[in-house]
Ligand binder design. Structure first.
Ligand SMILES: [Zn+2]
Length: 495
């Protein structure tokens, strides 16, 4: 079984006085976390234990009971009154921070040792433990009760005592088929939120390699991300090469326009003040607006990609690697815009990855080299051009493509998306052919005459695409070509 976790974020509606209580509760929580971090530092060996045993060991060291009347470092010396579940949440938070800190320290020590052994000088300072703590309080069962869609009872430290308060909740409702984790009280600006992790169980999907090499009918959703109007172009194809569907996800121009307007204002503001006015209130607001729009559109587009893939029962979603950001010339607003578009692509992938995993789909990325220049039908170089212009040359970003070799004609981004999907298939077919033959490889061998023809064609005619660093295996043997007639492909690409 596999599981996927998301967090549901809900706004809390409370009386103004309660905000001070939440803050006091969080301060106390951090006080207890800091205390346990010190206990762990004094007893590093607890980190060798799994979390459950570590928690017991830490309680033995700190918590006074009848059976344990004289703990070594009693918590009650610094915090008098902490409920068991509050304490345990703090212990686990401290354990998490300590594990992370000591693993960084370990890495630093081993790197230092290696450097010194080689005779290098070593100037990098060791990581330091956190000096201040600002963790959000996690509420274990016992610290909350009577949760409904619209309210929850929370037990919080008011600064003077522990008190149960009823809080109204607004925002997304909790889905039915999930397991609720422990909620956390989160402060964002002046507003307090309740974040609840949700866990969903499902049978774990087979690896991409298994899916691609064992089932010719495995459906792959390939995605070409862009910075023009079509933010994403998705195609569904089977491993055998049949193209089933295409979707264009637009809205790029509107987002770019909005972003450009704000960036222009920020630039004007900077010119006026003659300095980088990022901290200035006006610009800070604009930056926040830009971030929000980018983030919400990344969520929207990724959700649509995943929805489309699920609709067509795809089990793999494939993107191209981002590559590096190419420096742009031109106005500040233009440069800033393309930079943000680049970041947005990264975020889009990240969101699509977890969203598709929730649906039991896996994601992968392929080499981005020349995906837009290659013909999805025969892998020759294509001409890319604007509507109404002659179909020749290569105009970056233009909407149409024509392949002189096989006559394929159609939308440039859709062609790129198909090439992205094919690269994933080729990767596994290529690598499984390098291994000693399995019954499956022999089965596939029956289709190979077509492959040979196609390979020869790309080698003899037309300039072949220069091989990229990792692209070698993608450029040659395209196993799926043999099974796909050219006519079939031509009819599929809209004229
Ligand atoms: Zn072609």
């Amino acid at each position: 079984m596999a599981k996927a976790t998301t967090t549901i974020k809900q706004v809390l509606n409370y009386q103004p006085a309660h905000a001070a209580w939440f803050a006091a509760n969080q301060a106390l929580f951090n006080q207890v976390v800091a205390f346990y971090f010190e206990v762990i530092q004094a007893h590093e060996q607890v980190l060798d234990l799994p979390n459950k045993e570590a928690l017991t060991a830490l309680e033995m060291l700190t918590h006074t009971t009848k059976k344990n009347p004289n703990p070594v470092m009693p918590l009650s010396d610094s915090v008098e009154d902490a409920p068991a579940m509050f304490r345990r949440a703090a212990i686990n938070a401290a354990l998490g921070s300590a594990r992370s800190f000591y693993s960084h320290l370990c890495k630093w020590r081993s790197r230092r040792e290696k450097a010194l052994a080689k005779g290098h000088t070593w100037t990098l300072r060791p990581p330091v433990p956190p000096r201040s703590w600002n963790k959000s309080a996690t509420l274990y069962a016992g610290q909350w009760k009577e949760r409904t869609a619209s309210s929850i009872m929370l037990k919080v430290w008011t600064g003077t005592c522990w008190s149960w308060i009823k809080i109204r909740i607004t925002g997304r409702e909790l889905p039915a088929d999930v397991e609720l984790g422990s909620p956390s009280l989160i402060r964002r600006g002046k507003q307090w939120w309740l974040h609840t992790p949700l866990e969903k169980q499902f049978s774990s999907p087979a690896t991409i390699e298994q899916q691609v090499t064992t089932h010719a009918q495995t459906k792959i959703c390939a995605v070409d991300l862009n910075i023009n109007e079509q933010l994403a172009v998705c195609t569904i194809q089977t491993v055998a090469g049949t193209i089933l569907a295409t979707r264009f996800i637009g809205g790029g121009r509107r987002i770019a326009g909005f972003r450009k307007k704000l960036l222009g204002r920020i630039a004007r503001n900077r010119r006026k003040t003659g300095m980088i006015a990022e901290g200035e209130q006006d610009n800070a607001d604009r930056w926040r607006k830009i971030r929000n729009v980018d983030d919400s559109s990344a969520h929207l587009v990724s959700a649509r990609i995943v929805q489309f893939a699920r609709q067509h029962e795809a089990t793999i979603v494939v993107f191209e690697h981002l590559g590096s950001l190419k420096p742009q010339k031109g106005k500040y607003s233009h440069r800033g815009n393309s930079k943000r578009a680049f970041w947005m692509k990264g975020r889009l992938f990240k969101y699509a990855k977890y969203k598709s995993y929730h649906e039991g789909m896996l994601t992968s990325r392929v080499n981005p080299r020349n995906t837009s220049r290659e013909c999805a039908g025969c892998h020759s170089l294509v001409a890319r051009y604007e509507e109404g212009q002659p179909a020749e040359g290569y105009t970056s970003g233009a909407p149409l493509v024509l392949c002189q070799e096989c006559g394929m004609r159609g939308n440039a981004d859709r062609n790129a998306s198909l090439v992205i999907g094919q690269r994933l298939i080729t990767r596994y077919h290529q690598s499984s052919q390098e291994k000693p033959p399995t019954p499956l490889a022999i089965e596939r061998g029956e289709k190979s005459p077509g492959v040979a023809v196609c390979q020869d064609a790309t080698r003899e005619e037309g300039p072949s695409i220069p091989p990229a660093r990792h692209a070698d295996r993608n450029e040659h043997g395209t196993a799926q070509d043999g099974s796909l007639g050219m006519a079939e492909r031509l009819s599929d690409i809209p004229h």
